[in-house]
Design a protein around this ligand. Structure first.
Ligand SMILES: [Zn+2]
Ligand SMILES: [Zn+2]
Length: 304
């Protein structure tokens, strides 16, 4: 990306050197002008702490929570800084991102990565935390089948996380090779050809990233069932909402999650992220890496 000078970390912030970055769909959408952010992108990263007031962090490999919160409001006091109204977000809202050699983040956002987790796996902690957020929001009875719609990066992580927690997971997608990754983790997979099955699940996760995904999810959900919405779709979702009311379906929006359980899942070898890496490119080839990440069929592109 652009050449930028080494930033001076403010009080309480660490200076971090990028070891590995992951390109996610949000980064691609930023480039298309959503969110009105034009700075350095990048929020999925593993870095090495170069400067920090906490000596124990220096030289350590870290990942970092992407929401920079005020620390003093009601949300922050409840430990929900992810909803702090004054927040900025690494590489997305008012804070320069991680796709450059050096960047800053508050020390309290950082989590040291255990030595047993390779850097290329640890870079998945942020999206894995977002996948795990579902289980912090809804309590799904343990033997209840969960349908996951979509076999992109987030869909594959959601399916694997739910499987790791013991749920029978049925994943619906359009790409054989991607579904195979989930199948190896014990997920039952199904190719969607025309229509998804009607009224079959009490729990449905929409991770399609497409405007049609929610309509499909509504179709699949049984009366009184719950849909967890994991796709940020821009623009209006144009579909018939009557079945949501008639069938009394609960819609749950879901975004970022806690890092600790995500790190635990990787440490225990419960999530196969290695198969999700499509390409690795050096940071100075970031524009080409972004083009590669935007191609259909491509999963995670890493910047190294
Ligand atoms: Zn992301
Ligand atoms: Zn706050």
């Amino acid at each position: 990306m652009k050449r930028v000078p080494r930033p001076k970390p403010p009080e309480g912030f660490a200076l971090i050197r990028l070891l590995c970055g992951g390109i996610c769909n949000t980064d691609l959408e930023l480039q298309r002008g959503y969110y009105g952010f034009s700075g350095v992108p990048g929020h999925e990263f593993v870095g090495e702490v170069v400067e920090a007031s906490r000596r124990d962090l220096i030289g350590r490999r870290v990942v970092g929570e992407i929401n920079l919160c005020c620390g003093g409001c009601d949300w922050c006091r409840k430990g929900l800084g992810r909803h702090c109204p004054g927040r900025s977000v690494l590489g997305i809202v008012k804070h320069p991102g991680a796709f450059r050699e050096f960047f800053t983040l508050p020390e309290r956002n950082l989590h040291v990565i255990p030595d047993s987790i390779p850097t290329e796996q640890a870079v998945f902690v942020e999206p894995l935390a977002a996948a795990g957020e579902i289980l912090d929001q809804v309590s799904i009875p343990c033997s209840s089948p969960v349908a996951v719609l979509g076999d992109g990066k987030l869909g594959l992580l959601v399916a694997q996380v739910l499987r790791a927690y013991g749920y029978p997971v049925h994943q619906y997608g359009r790409h054989k090779t991607k579904l195979r990754i989930a199948a190896r983790a014990g997920v039952e997979t199904e190719m969607v050809r025309e229509r998804v099955p009607a009224s079959e699940y009490d729990w449905v996760v929409d991770a399609t990233g497409s405007p049609k995904g929610l309509a499909d999810a509504v179709r699949m959900t049984r009366p009184r069932g719950t849909i967890i919405m994991k796709s940020t779709v821009h623009g209006l979702a144009g579909f018939d909402t009557a079945p949501i009311i008639v069938n009394e379906i609960t819609l749950v929006g879901s975004r970022c999650g806690r890092f600790e359980p995500a790190i635990g899942l990787l440490r225990d070898g419960l999530i196969n992220v290695s198969d999700m890496i499509s390409e690795r490119m050096p940071l100075d080839r970031a524009p080409a890496a972004f083009r590669a990440a935007a191609k259909s069929g491509v999963l995670k592109v890493l910047l190294t």
